[in-house]
Design a protein around this ligand. Sequence first.
Ligand code: HEC
Length: 391
Amino acid sequence: MKAWKSLSLALAFLGSSSLMAQSLNVLHVKEDISTIGFKSALWEKAKMGSVEAYPQTTIEMNDATLMKENANNKAKKIGVKVVQSGEYVALLLQWSDKTKNVQQGLTSNVYGDGFAVQFSTVSDKLPYIGMGSDGRAVIVHLQKATGKTYEPNNGGNVYHQVGAGNQNAFSKELEQYKNEVAKQGSSDYQRVFIAEGFRSTTQIRDNSEPAVMEMKHENGVWSGLLVRKLKSEHLDLTKDSFPVAFAIWDGGKKNRDGSKLLTPWVGVGAKTLVALDELKGGDVANGEKVMMENCSACHQYKGVKSAPNYMAPELSNIGGYANASYLLESIVEPSAVVVPGYNTTAHPNFQWYTVEKGVRTSTMPSFSHLDEKSLKDVVVYLKTLKVGVEK
Ligand code: HEC
């Protein structure tokens, strides 16, 4: 057997039925939670779990101000409570953010705070943490703090959406529009996507993934709420445990798109989840050495900057938002998941992948020839690559 195959079996065994590091408790109740709000007393009974969200530093963004404002980002703790009842699951997230940033209009360059909850549609091999990957789709529920927005078709199948900031009408129509916003507008920017990689991101507008999302800011803390059905057209969460991941955006630091804080996959309600990320053993110092020899020509990470920008994903926080099983897979089977979001037009000299008949092949060579010890040491070292957590 190839060395990496026995290691991945060991990882799978460690992770038992699942491959996630942390897990969140679920409070099972009898009450109807389909309309649960922030104020529900049920939240007091639910145990708060904690997940760390790390700055996604995969790629250097073209916006210099954004890069500067996020250069010293730390990870943030997100407190999470989960309640389940009948057909529904409800998640309450809490994270600190001193400034409340609200996006005014959908095309302005003032960015809003926001959060996303991501579910995997597959359970054997987890999707790429960002936006899913080929054959491993994710459902993403996204909520941004916005000024009031009026969806002319009740949030149904809309082809355009108008906000106070991008409205370009004459005064009479504007007046009418404002009245309409005041009457029917919601202060929410809510979207549900199904994604198999960044490019495939499709907004679901047919109401097959209905959900309630809300956010509120109090005393420097955001609370975010998501309520949805356990089972829907694209997703089935009616299992003992299921994986979930979270993202948060700080509009005050111009966070948007790929610039955000991201958690790895964590298990919800898992009895069997073992702390995979606390991989036993492994020689961190040797992992660092193996990486210096094999990886530093392409990747930048934690003080190692010999590779040019954009040559390959930046790995300084990979240990924060990637699961160990994914890291091993990335090394031995680079094309299993090809990191999306790379701009071939802006950086034509550094191809991260080639595309043939719609299939993307990574330009990273496989390192499946490394012996089991070296592979384990590299994964253990990669898991140490992350910034500290905000107090
Ligand atoms: C020839 C350049 C090159 C070398 C050498 C290389 N990589 Fe990569 N690596 C890439 C590229 C390009 C990608 C993005 C495409 C993909 O997902 O495979 C990538 C992706 C990754 C990812 C996924 C990153 C993410 O953000 O999800 C990891 C982890 C990784 N490499 C680790 C390594 C390790 C560890 C080594 C050394 C053992 C290594 N790479 C050697 C080019 C390289």
